[in-house]
Design a protein around this ligand. Structure first.
Ligand SMILES: Cc1ncc(COP(=O)(O)O)c(C=O)c1O
Length: 413
């Protein structure tokens, strides 16, 4: 600051302008450019084994078809292109009862969907319940909008999801703020890689039913990695009818990962409620948020993704291309699990997705030791996050070796 005054308000001063993950990524890349052998397992984008960003030919072709037309040059409707909004609902729920109980708006990626959920289902000053390991941006999304975050213990003694921790949080929030909202980023939880099994989902349903009978409860399912969840990718949908008996369900949907279109900023927030009048409220509230934040979303992207979801030929081709990407990830996950088990690396159950976490009491020392060895991961409280999505299969042994050394460094701190 050159003069005596700063115009930046107190609450906005001294904020980090970049996500710490992007800063680590930049450091890793600059060391690699300088000629070092670097394994960069920081960023959540799927890379092939040559380190090239994976894309899907059918997606590129469909986007390209719209690129030279006039239609997407105009504004999209505020809440999104109607066919797109419906296509997302049907992608999740087909055309059955759940689809009838759903409304949706287009959002800039899953990030926009989370924002729209937080500002409409929590009042200023209220807290969002999250597992203690969580996707970093939930915190600034809450803080930026005058809300806060309240993490609960994620894993019980037996290593499974601590449903009791979540249930206690719901009850506590109902007592202190008269409502509760929890975000569940399953399957393929970022950052731990954990996916709830069918029994755990049913336990979640029971806890939500109890809480929802006392006060308004919202369950936001952040389904960012849904398409990479393997055989159980959509098993969470079986839990939705039970959740709807007493709660509002939100689904943060995004094309970023499932269509390899991180830069297109195409997402949606789907809201489900058993009561039609309430659905109208939700629809209007979400539309208001669209108008007052991003106004409207990428028109071209909505048109293309609608085609990709609804044209049977395109959908089949996309499915086949995505299956190849899932196979790429599966191979890495299998090799990782084999090496990690042998080395005794402490991770949660991990069978699908972009990331896995290794627990460590001192994540900064663990990550620093790994960086000394040229291996970049992301330190988060109690763990380091490993992006297998950007780790070539041939580099997994090196990764595990560095994790082992990092774990020792974390324990001897
Ligand atoms: C857990 C989780 N939720 C939501 C998102 C949203 O991503 P986007 O805004 O790119 O769709 C991400 C992306 O990294 C994520 O990891």
């Amino acid at each position: 600051m050159t003069g005596p005054y700063s115009s930046v308000i107190d609450g906005a001063r001294d904020r980090a302008g970049n996500d710490p993950i992007f800063t680590l990524n930049a450091e890793a890349r600059s060391r690699a450019t300088a000629g070092e052998s670097i394994l960069n397992a920081t960023l959540g984008a799927l890379m092939d084994d040559d380190g090239v960003l994976c894309t899907m030919p059918t997606v590129l072709e469909t986007l390209g078809r719209y690129a030279s037309s006039r239609r997407p040059a105009g504004y999209a409707p505020i809440s999104g292109v109607p066919a797109y909004r419906q296509a997302v609902i049907e992608d999740l729920f087909g055309d059955g009862t759940l689809a009838d109980q759903a409304v949706s708006v287009a959002t800039p990626g899953g990030t926009g969907a989370v924002h729209a959920g937080v500002v409409n289902f929590l009042a200023p000053g209220q807290k969002l319940l999250v597992p203690e390991f969580y996707w970093g941006p939930y915190r600034p999304i809450c803080h930026h909008t005058g809300r806060d975050l309240d993490p609960f213990q994620m894993f019980g003694a037996n290593g499974s999801f601590d449903v009791e921790g979540m249930a206690a949080g719901l009850e506590r929030h109902i007592d202190t703020q008269g409502r509760a909202m929890v975000v569940l980023n399953f399957p393929c939880h970022n950052p731990t890689g954990y996916s709830l099994d069918a029994d755990e989902w049913q336990e979640v349903v029971a806890a939500v039913k109890r809480a929802g009978s006392r006060a308004p409860v919202t369950v936001m399912i952040d389904a960012a990695y849904m398409e990479f969840g393997g055989a159980a990718a959509r098993s969470w949908i079986d839990a939705v009818p039970g959740l709807l008996e007493s709660a509002t369900v939100l689904v943060a949907w995004t094309a970023s990962k499932s269509f390899c279109q991180y830069g297109a900023r195409i997402g949606a927030l789907v809201g489900l409620h058993r009561d039609e009048a309430e659905r109208v409220q939700i629809d209007n509230a979400l539309g208001y948020t669209c108008r007052s934040t991003w106004s409207n979303c990428n028109h071209l992207g909505q048109l293309a993704v609608t085609d990709l979801l609804t044209d049977p030929d395109l959908a089949e081709r996309v499915g086949a291309e995505r299956a190849r990407l899932c196979a790429l990830l599966d191979e890495r996950i299998d090799v990782f699990n084999e090496y990690a088990t042998r080395a005794g690396i402490p991770t949660p159950r991990f069978d699908a997705g972009f990331f896995v976490a290794m627990f460590t009491p001192d994540q900064e020392r663990t990550a620093a030791k790994m960086r000394e060895m040229g291996v970049y991961t992301v330190p988060i409280p109690g763990a380091v996050r490993v992006a297998l999505c950007s780790t070539p299969v041939s580099a997994v042994p090196r990764l595990v070796e560095a994790l082992e050394a990092g774990a020792d460094a974390g324990v001897t701190a």
